[in-house]
Design a protein around this ligand. Structure first.
Ligand SMILES: NC(=O)N[C@@H](CC(=O)O)C(=O)O
Ligand SMILES: [Zn+2]
Ligand SMILES: [Zn+2]
Length: 344
C-alpha cells in the first residue's frame, strides 16, 4: 500500500500560543487537521467565556485564506472557577471542554488547581451537562520522582476523582505510562486518553542521546521503553478510548536551548505522518482512521469530518527550524526523514 486516504483527522490536544507565534504555527495545524482542542495555558490563562471568545476570534483571524479549520476552545480551571461560568461557556458554544492543570505541573500552570477536590461542584456540573474534563495528569510534589509523577497522580488524584464523579467525561491527556493505559482500560466508556506522536516514538533515552537534547523534552517526560510499547499497543488496539492529541507545544529555539529549557515538543508540521509510521510499524494502518478521525469526535459527541486526508509513501525531510514569529522554532525530528507525506 503506497497511499492511505482517511477521513480528515482532528487534533484533540494542541497549544497554539498567541500573537505572532500563534500566527506562525497555526498554518501547520490547519494543514493537517480539521479541528483542534486549543489549550488555554496562555499568560494570563483563558479562564472566562469572554477571554475564550476573544482568543477564538484571534485564531480565526490569523488563519490562511484557504484554510478549513475550526478551533475548539477550552476553559482553564483555577481554584476560583465557578460552575456557572463553565456551564455558560459550554452552553453558548464557546467552551468545548475544561482543562485541569495541577498548580505548577507544566508550562504556564502557576494558576492551576491546588486542591482538585475543591472543584467538585464544577465537576458535578460538567458531568450533568456532558462537558468533558481534560486532565494534565501529574502530581507536582518535588519529593515524587519525575518519572513517577503520572502513576502517582492516578493513585492520589485521578482514581478518587473518577470515583467521586462516575458519569464525568474525562480525557487523560498525553498519557505516557503503562499505568495510565491500565487505568483507562479499567475505567468506564466515559474515560478516554490522548496519545502524542513523540510518546509513541521515543523513550527517555532520547532526552540524553549523546548529550542533553532539549527538543526531546516535554511534560509528562518520556518514560522507559516498556511504557512506550504499552502506548503503541493501546493506540493501535482499535479501542475507541484512545485518540489523536499531538500536544504540539511550540517554544522558541532560545527558550529550549538554554540552561533551564522549556518543556514542550513542536510536532505540528508532520504529526500525522509520524502517527502513520507508528501504525504501519505495528501493522495497524487500517486502524489509523479510527484513532485519528473517529474516536475523538465520538467521545466528544461531535460530528465526524466530511473531507479526507491522503498520505503517500514518499520521503519527506523535516525542516531544521521554522519561523515562529519573533524567533525560530525547532520542530520534532528536525532534519530527519519521514516515510510518509501528507498530500494537499
Ligand atoms: N507538554 C509540554 O511539555 N508543554 C505544554 C504544556 C503541557 O501540555 O503540559 C506547553 O504548553 O508547553
Ligand atoms: Zn499537559
Ligand atoms: Zn499540552
Amino acid at each position: 500500500m503506497d497511499t492511505i486516504t482517511i477521513r480528515r483527522p482532528d487534533d484533540w490536544h494542541l497549544h497554539l500560543r498567541d500573537g505572532a507565534t500563534m500566527a506562525a504555527v497555526l498554518p501547520f495545524t490547519a494543514r493537517q487537521f480539521a479541528r483542534a482542542i486549543v489549550m488555554p495555558n496562555l499568560a494570563p490563562p483563558v479562564t472566562s467565556v469572554d477571554a475564550a471568545r476573544a482568543y477564538r476570534e484571534r485564531i480565526v483571524a490569523a488563519l490562511p485564506d484557504d484554510a478549513e479549520f475550526t478551533p475548539l476552545m477550552t476553559c482553564y480551571l483555577t481554584d476560583d472557577t465557578q460552575p456557572g461560568e463553565v456551564a455558560r461557556g459550554f452552553e453558548e458554544g464557546v467552551f468545548t471542554a475544561a482543562k485541569l492543570y495541577p498548580a505548577n505541573a507544566t508550562t504556564n500552570s502557576a494558576h492551576g488547581v491546588s486542591e482538585v477536590r475543591h472543584l467538585d461542584p464544577v465537576f458535578a456540573c460538567m458531568a450533568e451537562i456532558g462537558m468533558p474534563l481534560l486532565v494534565h495528569g501529574e502530581v507536582t510534589d518535588s519529593d515524587v520522582d519525575i518519572f513517577d509523577r503520572e502513576a502517582v497522580f492516578i493513585e492520589r488524584v485521578l482514581a478518587p476523582l473518577v470515583e467521586r464523579h462516575p458519569a464525568l467525561k474525562l480525557v487523560f491527556e498525553h498519557i505516557t505510562t503503562e499505568d495510565a493505559v491500565c487505568f483507562v482500560e479499567s475505567a468506564g466508556v466515559n474515560v478516554g486518553a490522548t496519545i502524542t506522536p513523540q510518546h509513541l516514538e521515543i523513550n527517555r533515552n532520547a532526552i540524553f542521546a549523546g548529550g542533553i537534547r532539549p527538543h526531546a523534552y516535554c511534560l509528562p517526560v518520556a518514560k522507559r521503553e516498556k511504557h512506550r510499547l504499552a502506548l503503541r499497543k493501546a493506540a493501535t488496539s482499535g479501542s475507541p478510548k484512545y485518540f489523536l492529541g499531538t500536544d504540539s507545544a511550540p517554544h522558541h529555539r532560545h527558550l529550549k536551548e538554554t540552561s533551564c529549557g522549556c518543556a514542550g515538543i513542536f510536532n505540528a508540521p508532520h504529526a500525522l505522518e509520524v502517527y502513520a509510521s507508528v501504525f504501519e510499524e505495528e501493522n495497524a494502518l487500517d486502524r489509523l482512521e479510527a484513532f485519528a478521525s473517529e474516536n475523538g469526535p465520538r467521545f466528544y459527541g461531535l460530528p465526524l469530518n466530511e473531507g479526507t486526508a491522503t498520505l503517500v509513501r514518499e520521503d519527506v525531510t523535516v525542516a531544521e527550524e521554522v519561523s515562529g514569529g519573533e524567533a525560530p522554532i525547532v520542530p520534532y525530528r528536525a532534519g530527519e526523514t519521514l516515510r510518509w507525506r501528507l498530500k494537499n
